[in-house]
Design a protein around this ligand. Sequence first.
Ligand code: FAD
Length: 402
Amino acid sequence: MSRPRVVILGAGYAGLKTAKELCKKNVDADIVLVNKNDYHYESTQLHEVAAGTEPASKITFNIVDVIDTKKVEFIKDTVIKVEKDDKKVLLENNGELTYDYLVMALGFESETFGIPGVDEFSLPLVNIKTAEAAQAHLDKMLSNYQQSKNELDLSIVVCGAGFTSIEYLGEITNRIPKLAKTMNFPMDKVKITCIEAMPTLLPMFSEKLGQFGIDVLKKRGVTFKVGTPIKEIKENTVVYEENGDLKEVHAHTIIWTTGVKGSHVVGESGFAERRGRVMVEKDLRVEGYPDIFMIGDVSAVMDEESGRPFPTTAQIAIKQGEAAANNLARLLNNQPTEAFTFKSLGTVASIGNNVGMGQILGGKEVKGYMGSIVKKSIINKSLLDVGTAGTLLKKGRFDYYH
Ligand code: FAD
């Protein structure tokens, strides 16, 4: 009898962790891991690449360097669709792949909320390519100024004031003053505007902590527009609503960070989804499909305590990868699955290299330089979780002292 085949789609935090944990458990199954690139990227650090404070090589590593290739077959390909009733996956270049068990971990995509012009006229931060494109564009605009003397070259609008946007603003406000010296543009002409639809900024943090982050960025020259929903993006223009009136802000760099949704492949494959996410059962399987696990940003897991789904984060994706591997091993050994449990270790955002803010275990708040140390430790832990000790040594953050 042939061995069962476990196919894992996506080598982000969730998928890569599943593959690594399955190897540790020595399951009697063929394991196949599919990812569109031959590298893993730390999506939590995409804002650094987009701002140009770190190169892509700092936040990426080769997948085959961190998995046991004797136990896991890696296929570099793009998943088009899952035909769940026939238990097969359609790939762009390698035809079909059948499975006995499937782990869907295809991650997130940019969410436009149907706002016109977002795809055409703004730059999202969702993968290495988009982050590098945003960095190249920003650098080009800033360097253009010397010749053009067009102040819009020095104007940047960041759409959304969530976690990603604050971290991105933290990076660019660290880097632009240095670029002003090398590219020879006047700092007093640089205009950075952040536009947010919601009435509160950084709602994931306490009011005091959120205010701390906002104050740091305001001191670095960022202007915040709050409770001002974006209605349209046009070429070099963001149209937003303020007190019932439509207003415009103009810039040659428009960054879109308002939110993300799960992979479109989920909907294409006919799963019952909302914004690319499937509400999974307690053991992370999909209702009606006991052979399919859905984890990471394509899943929604109910938090029994709050009565709401957990937020989609790298931290939870890694824990789901562990749990999915555990439940797969149990199924392969004819044992019942276990319910997924999750205790958040806290949330910390960086505001550039030396400032951070957030809440850690037990609800304790950290901010400033201490916040940045905690943030760097979190990045290092995640590198160990999905990479190896070697990955941590090569890509880790050890610039604690300054
Ligand atoms: P991903 O990390 O998105 O991985 C999905 C993988 O699937 C990728 O390798 C992708 O290339 C691959 N893939 C996608 N589509 C296909 C396809 N069709 N075929 C083949 N392969 C495919 N979370 C935190 O916990 N803390 C933070 O500080 C934090 N900061 C963030 C900062 C930024 C700028 C962003 C954008 C996100 C941040 N997040 C943070 C959220 C976190 O990055 C996500 O929740 C996490 O990446 C989800 O992990 P995942 O494994 O589900 O998906």
